[in-house]
Design a binder for this molecule. Structure first.
Ligand code: PEP
Ligand code: MN
Length: 338
């Protein structure tokens, strides 16, 4: 529920509304605009009671219920785009932010080499999983804290910010010490305890779409993070499971305009996991930027055939450099820059 105060409403009138809402058992958030003050009522379930008690108060102009099940993430609640600063790189603004790096942190040598190459090509954020959610328990599970230390070293040497995945609640405090963005993978999109935990940290969270999740389920998961007090959620479309099996997943390009319509949160695209094959990654990347994505998360490896995870869908630094040149041109056409 949003309460719009009339222009010229006094501080006393605003406080009166705030007190009334508190009496009804809800919290408020106050946004003071140039002309008008807007009061957000958090978790307002009893709309009728709020309307009856607040509408007659002096200085109240109108009450607007938020009809979607997600509130904090909805456009109605927050009409302007959310722009998230990651060490000065703005995600969700005019600039398109490219995140790139290996699927997993495998060795210091590979990570540093990839980091330097992607930085040179224009990436701003280095990706690399140190804790890996693998389909098979017998596959490489990641280097753990050792891997985080390698990422930290890469940040020191290149100035790139770091995004890395958290797969368990217990690891969040450790990973938050090293990472600039916490990545929640597709498999954990509905791990509500994990979502609540990252919601209590003061770090941007990149929330991937679940493999079979609807857009509404995805936005409800973002809501879990925001409801705990962390407003900095970046959505990441990474393909969904459909009947088509030629590609690994099906990249749902339509989520970009749909999310832009429904929500103020930034949305980026991971073209690597839906493609499942590096040769399709440039095309999906170009399509995502043309459709309005705020950034990309791309798997890059110096030696894809020997990568310990997702080698087939990883592209080389050379292919990445070429792709960046194309993306810069497409960004210009859609009124953005890289
Ligand atoms: C990854 O980014 O390497 C990853 C595991 O992705 P997803 O959660 O989208 O499968
Ligand atoms: Mn991967």
């Amino acid at each position: 529920m949003i309460i719009t105060m009339a222009s010229g409403a006094t501080t006393k009138e605003i406080n009166q509304v705030k007190e009334k809402i508190k009496e009804l058992g809800y919290e408020t958030k106050i946004f003071k605009g140039v002309k008008k003050t807007v009061i957000h009522v958090i978790g307002a379930t009893d709309r009728e009671r709020i309307t009856l008690s607040v509408e007659p108060l002096p200085g109240v102009e109108k009450l607007t219920p938020i009809l979607s099940p997600y509130k904090l993430g909805s456009r109605e609640f927050h009409p302007e785009n959310t722009v998230i600063s990651v060490n000065g790189n703005l995600i969700g603004g005019d600039e398109i932010v490219i995140m790139a790096g290996p699927c997993s942190v495998e060795s210091e040598e590979i990570v540093l080499k990839v980091a330097k190459e992607v930085k040179k090509a224009g990436a701003k954020i280095l990706r690399g999983g140190a804790f890996k959610p693998r389909t098979s328990p017998y596959s490489f599970q990641g280097m753990g804290e050792k891997g985080l230390k390698i990422l930290e070293q890469a940040r020191e040497e290149t100035g790139l910010s770091i995004i890395t995945e958290v797969i368990s609640e217990v690891d969040v405090p450790l990973i938050a010490k090293y990472a600039d963005i916490l990545q929640i993978g597709a498999r954990n999109m509905q791990n509500y305890q994990l979502l609540k935990t990252v919601g209590r940290f003061n770090k941007p969270v990149l929330l991937k779409r679940g493999i079979s999740a609807t857009i509404e389920e995805w936005l409800m998961s973002a809501e879990y993070i925001q409801a705990e007090g962390n407003p900095d959620v970046i959505l990441c479309e990474r393909g969904i499971r459909t009947f088509e099996s030629y590609t690994r997943y099906t990249l749902d390009i339509s989520t970009i305009p749909v999310i832009k319509h429904l929500s103020h949160l930034p949305i980026i695209v991971d073209p690597s996991h839906p493609a499942g094959d590096g040769k399709y990654v440039p095309s999906l990347s170009r399509a995502a930027i043309a459709a309005g994505a705020d950034g990309l998360l791309i798997e890059v490896h110096t030696d894809p055939t020997h990568a310990l995870s997702d080698g087939k869908q990883s592209i080389t630094p050379l292919a990445f450099q070429k792709l960046m040149d194309d993306l810069k041109n497409i960004a210009k056409i859609v009124g953005r820059k890289i």
